[in-house]
Ligand binder design. Structure first.
Ligand SMILES: Nc1nc2c(ncn2[C@@H]2O[C@H](COP(=O)(O)OP(=O)(O)O)[C@@H](O)[C@H]2O)c(=O)[nH]1
Ligand SMILES: [Mg+2]
Length: 246
């Protein structure tokens, strides 16, 4: 199965070369698309160098500035869908997402339309160094979103996902409104409303190796409100209750 990883980068100069080499050491048929937002630390230049080191296997999408995760993924998906990729992966570039988990995710994708790398299924976990407040916030955020939206999933905010090409092609991107974590919830919700089969593969979510996380209480609070916006935005899909009526 030809798999393309889409990884958005903003100041990941330390992580990116290590990530790319870790990915290419896996027993998988992989390509990588880096979506860089003109990172001040020069990640974009490093990404260009990687295209020379791994000709034909690494591609870069340069954007003029920090435009956010949603549009980074949407631009990336558009580009990948022009290629012959059979599966598309969403993955952070900071080593929070362990590359080796891809092998199991790929196996599970044989039985599903999309596979989520899940911290909250049996065998999954978050970094044990996380303070209690961050663990609780993440667990509660998930519980909150899946309860309001009625999502039969354990980890709805995970950013580590593998999509079948055909699944991603049917997601109506033009309807997606939210950014950040809620963008991830919104995509999962769309997949659920469209009645795709969603699998969850256990992952260990490590804290980023280099650089700083921007997770904060304020971000979570805003996200909590935006979940309701998602709920309202797709009321037509809930009413229709069946796939394909977009
Ligand atoms: N291209 C792009 N990448 C971003 C942007 N914001 C975050 N990222 C990348 O998205 C991934 C997840 O972001 P991160 O800062 O690790 O989020 P956190 O772990 O939740 O604090 C990382 O690979 C970041 O480099 C952005 O605005 N544009
Ligand atoms: Mg991170």
């Amino acid at each position: 199965m030809r798999i393309t990883i889409v990884t958005p980068t903003y100041n990941e100069a330390e992580n990116l070369p290590k990530l790319v080499s870790a990915l290419f050491s896996l027993p998988l048929d992989l390509r990588i698309l880096i979506v860089d937002d003109n990172s001040p630390d020069g990640t974009g230049r490093i990404a260009d160098e990687l295209t020379v080191t791994y000709p034909g296997r690494v591609d870069v999408l340069h954007r003029p500035g920090k435009l956010g995760l949603r549009s980074a993924y949407l631009n990336g998906f558009q580009k990948v869908l022009e290629s012959d990729a059979q599966a598309i992966v969403q993955m952070d570039a900071d080593f929070s997402h362990d590359p080796s988990a891809l092998v199991e995710m790929k196996n599970l994708l044989e039985l599903n339309d999309v596979v989520l790398g899940s911290r909250y299924v049996k065998g999954g976990a978050v970094d044990e160094r996380w303070p209690v407040w961050r663990k609780s916030l993440s667990a509660f955020g998930n519980y909150y979103a899946r309860t309001i939206l009625g999502l039969p999933l354990y980890d709805v905010t995970t950013g580590y996902r593998m999509w079948r090409r055909g699944t991603l092609q049917q997601i109506p991107f033009e309807r997606i409104q939210s950014n950040g974590y809620v963008f991830l919830v919104e995509m999962a919700y769309l997949a659920h409303c469209l009645e795709f089969k969603i699998g969850e593969s256990p992952i260990y979510f490590a804290d980023r190796r280099w650089g700083k996380s921007k997770m904060s209480f304020k971000i979570q609070l805003e996200a909590a409100f935006r979940i309701w916006q998602v709920w309202w935005h797709y009321r037509d899909l809930r009413k229709a209750g069946i796939a394909g009526r977009l």
